[in-house]
Design a binder for this molecule. Sequence first.
Ligand SMILES: *[C@@H]1O[C@H](CO)[C@@H](O)[C@H](O)[C@H]1NC(C)=O
Ligand SMILES: *[C@@H]1O[C@H](CO)[C@@H](O)[C@H](O)[C@H]1NC(C)=O
Ligand SMILES: *[C@@H]1O[C@H](CO)[C@@H](O)[C@H](O)[C@H]1NC(C)=O
Ligand SMILES: *[C@@H]1O[C@H](CO)[C@@H](O)[C@H](O)[C@H]1NC(C)=O
Ligand SMILES: *[C@@H]1O[C@H](CO)[C@@H](O)[C@H](O)[C@H]1NC(C)=O
Ligand SMILES: *[C@@H]1O[C@H](CO)[C@@H](O)[C@H](O)[C@H]1NC(C)=O
Ligand SMILES: *[C@@H]1O[C@H](CO)[C@@H](O)[C@H](O)[C@H]1NC(C)=O
Ligand SMILES: *[C@@H]1O[C@H](CO)[C@@H](O)[C@H](O)[C@H]1NC(C)=O
Ligand SMILES: *[C@@H]1O[C@H](CO)[C@@H](O)[C@H](O)[C@H]1NC(C)=O
Ligand SMILES: *[C@@H]1O[C@H](CO)[C@@H](O)[C@H](O)[C@H]1NC(C)=O
Length: 493
Amino acid sequence: MALLLLFRTLFPLVFQVGILNVTTSASSTDRIEAWLPDDWNGRFLATGNGGIGGCIDYNNLQYGAGLGFATFGTNGGHDGQTGFDFFLNRPEDIKNFGHCAIHTEAEAGKQVVAKYYGRNASYNYYSGCGTGGRQGYEEAILYPDDFDGILMGSMGVDWLHVVASKGILAHRLGWPDLNSPSYITAMQWSAIVKAQIALLDPLDAVTDGIIDNPTLHNIDPSIFACGTGILNSSLCLTAAQANTVREIYQPLANSSGHIVYPAFDLGADTSVFSANTKVVNGTSIPELSYTVLTDYWRGAVYNSSTWTPLNFTTADMDFAVNLNPGGINIAGGSSHNVSAYHARGGKLLAYHGRADQTVTSSISSRTFQRTAEALDLTLAEMHGFFRLFYIPGMGHCSGGPGAWSVGQPTVDRPTGAQFNDTQHNILLALVDWVEDGNAPGSLVGTKFAGDQLQGGRVKAQRTHCAYPNASRWDRVGDTKKAESWKCQLEGVI
Ligand SMILES: *[C@@H]1O[C@H](CO)[C@@H](O)[C@H](O)[C@H]1NC(C)=O
Ligand SMILES: *[C@@H]1O[C@H](CO)[C@@H](O)[C@H](O)[C@H]1NC(C)=O
Ligand SMILES: *[C@@H]1O[C@H](CO)[C@@H](O)[C@H](O)[C@H]1NC(C)=O
Ligand SMILES: *[C@@H]1O[C@H](CO)[C@@H](O)[C@H](O)[C@H]1NC(C)=O
Ligand SMILES: *[C@@H]1O[C@H](CO)[C@@H](O)[C@H](O)[C@H]1NC(C)=O
Ligand SMILES: *[C@@H]1O[C@H](CO)[C@@H](O)[C@H](O)[C@H]1NC(C)=O
Ligand SMILES: *[C@@H]1O[C@H](CO)[C@@H](O)[C@H](O)[C@H]1NC(C)=O
Ligand SMILES: *[C@@H]1O[C@H](CO)[C@@H](O)[C@H](O)[C@H]1NC(C)=O
Ligand SMILES: *[C@@H]1O[C@H](CO)[C@@H](O)[C@H](O)[C@H]1NC(C)=O
Ligand SMILES: *[C@@H]1O[C@H](CO)[C@@H](O)[C@H](O)[C@H]1NC(C)=O
C-alpha cells in the first residue's frame, strides 16, 4: 500500500488529499482516496459507491471532510460506471464489488489515519446511498468491527432483485416490442404518474404534491382507460394497456412463485422501466436505459460480452440470485444476520425516499422487519440499534418535491449553522447516537427553493420520523413548518 499525497486544497477547508492503490490479489487493486482535514474532528468516515461502482464518491468525500471527518472513498475495485469489461472473467473484481471493497477501505483508511494524525480515530463511521446502502448493511453482516455507526441511504439491499426488477418491469410493458398492443409510451406514463399523485396526495390530509406513503394505497388502473375523463384522448389507455398498468404495480415473484421484490411505488417516476428506447437514424429502437442490468449480467453473471436483456425473464433473475456473484446478494438477500454488529453496540441509521424510482422504498422496511426476525428483537430493541427514516416525496437518495434535505451527502451541503445540528444533519445525528447515546426520534427535512442547498431560500420544512412512526400534519399549524408535523404510528390512512 503506497499513499501518494498529491496536493493540498484550500476550499472550503484545508485538506490533504491522498490516493492509494491497495493490491487485493494478483489480479485486482482497489483505488482509495483520502481527504484529510487539518481541522480534524478525530473521526474516520468511509464512503461507498453508487450503481455498478467504479467511481470514488466525491460528493461524499467533500461532505465528510467539510464536517471535519478524515474521509475516504473507494472505486469499489474497478474503474468505470458503465461497461462490463471490468467484470468479464475477473472474479477478484467481482468479489471486491460484491463484498470486499468497503472492508479494504476501512482497514487501509484506518492505517492512513493512524499514520497521518499519529493516533487512531476516536470513532469509525460509514456513509453510502443506493449501492452504498447495500454495502453498509453488508459490512454490518460480514465485518461488524469495521464501523461504530453506519449511515445507509436508499438501501439497495437484495441488489440482484433491485437490478433485475428493471428488466422484469420493462418486459411486463411489452418491451422490446414497442408496437405491442400492451405497450405504453413514456408520455402516457408521465400522465399516469401525475394522475396518481393528483388522486392520492390529498388522502394524507395535505395537498402538497406528495404521496406520503404510497404503500398504503391501491389504484384500479381501469380509471386511466379512455372514456373515464382522467386522461385525455391522446393519452388515455386501451383495455390492454390498463392491464399492463395493473401488472406493472404487482410485486416480483421468482419462478417458484415466491414474492421476492416489492411492487414499484405509486407516484414514483417510471422512466427506469418505461423509457427504454434509443433513437437511431430517426427511428426508436429498444435499449434498456438502466445499463447496470445489461453490464452486470454480461460481466458478472453470464460471462458473455454479447448477452442482451431483450429476452430477460424471471429465469435470468433466479440464475443470478442463485449464483450470487462475489456475495453481492448477501445483504438483505440471503442474510439479515447483523447479530455481531448489534452485540458490539454498532448503530444502523437508514433513510429512504418514498418516491424512489431506483430502489423500491419498502425494501428498507422489509429489511428492518427481517432484521428483527433474524435477531429475534422487539421493536424497542430494534430501535436501540437500527432506525429507519422514510422521507415522503424524495426520489433516489435526494431530490423530489418533499422536504428531502436531511443533510445527507449531496453535491452541496446546506450552509448556515441552523442546518448543522443533529436535527437537520443525519450524519451528525448518527454521531450523537453512537457517541452520546441520543437516538434520533425525529429529523427535520428542508425543501430549498430550486433545490439550491447553498444559501437557498427555505420553501418548506417537515419533521421525519423513525419507522414505523410517520409524520402527520397536526391539522392546525402551517404545513410548511416542521413543528406542524407530529410523529405517530401509521399503518392506515
Ligand atoms: C494507482 O494505479 C493507477 C492505475 O491503475 C496509476 O495511474 C497510479 O499512478 C497508481 N498510484 C499509486 C499511488 O501507485
Ligand atoms: C469466460 O469466458 C471465457 C471465454 O469466452 C472463458 O475463457 C473463461 O474461462 C470464462 N470465465 C469464467 C469465469 O467462466
Ligand atoms: C490503533 O488501532 C489498532 C487496531 O485497529 C491497534 O493495533 C493500534 O495499537 C492502535 N494504535 C494506537 C496508537 O492506539
Ligand atoms: C393531452 O394532454 C397532453 C399533456 O398535457 C397535451 O400535450 C395534449 O395536447 C393533450 N391532448 C388533447 C387531445 O387534449
Ligand atoms: C445510420 O445511418 C448511417 C448513415 O446512413 C448508417 O451508416 C448506419 O449504419 C445507420 N445506423 C443504424 C443503426 O442503422
Ligand atoms: C429474443 O426475443 C426476440 C423477440 O423479441 C426473438 O426474435 C429472439 O429470437 C430472442 N432471442 C433469443 C436469444 O432468445
Ligand atoms: C424462490 O424464492 C424462494 C424463497 O426465497 C426460494 O426458496 C426458492 O429457491 C426460489 N426459487 C428459485 C427458482 O430460485
Ligand atoms: C449470525 O451471526 C452470528 C455471529 O456472527 C453467528 O454466531 C450465528 O451463528 C449467525 N446466525 C445464523 C442463523 O447464521
Ligand atoms: C458543524 O457542526 C459540527 C459538529 O457540531 C462542527 O464540528 C462543525 O464545525 C460545524 N461546521 C460548521 C460549518 O458550522
Ligand atoms: C412514535 O410516536 C409516539 C407518539 O408521538 C411516541 O410516543 C414514540 O416515542 C415514537 N417512537 C419513536 C421511536 O420515535
